[in-house]
Design a protein. Structure first.
Length: 94
């Protein structure tokens, strides 16, 4: 069975979106520690960092990560600073 779905251009997708959220380019917009299954099948703690920068080039209709992006990429070195900041907040030492 084949279903004919409409094809949308990048501009059509962008035009259907609401405004982006306001985010701080110096910090990840979210971070957390959660349990995930390791390769061995055991639960292990994993830090997930949602880094702030510009939007991915792909305009997927099912993705909502664009909501917390900037119009332009962050400055050189900003991603490393975001990672260090979040790990410090999570009290994770490297």
């Amino acid at each position: 069975m084949t279903t004919d779905l409409p094809t949308l251009s990048d501009q059509q997708i962008v035009n259907l979106r609401p405004d982006r959220n306001s985010v701080d380019p110096s910090k990840p917009y979210a971070f957390m520690v959660e349990d995930e299954c390791s390769a061995s099948g055991e639960l292990t703690k994993v830090a997930t960092l949602f880094l702030t920068s510009s939007e991915c080039a792909f305009r997927c209709t099912m993705c909502d990560l664009w909501k917390n992006t900037l119009e332009q990429p962050v400055e050189s070195g900003a991603i490393g600073k975001q990672i260090r900041w979040a790990l410090n907040e999570l009290e994770i030492d490297l």
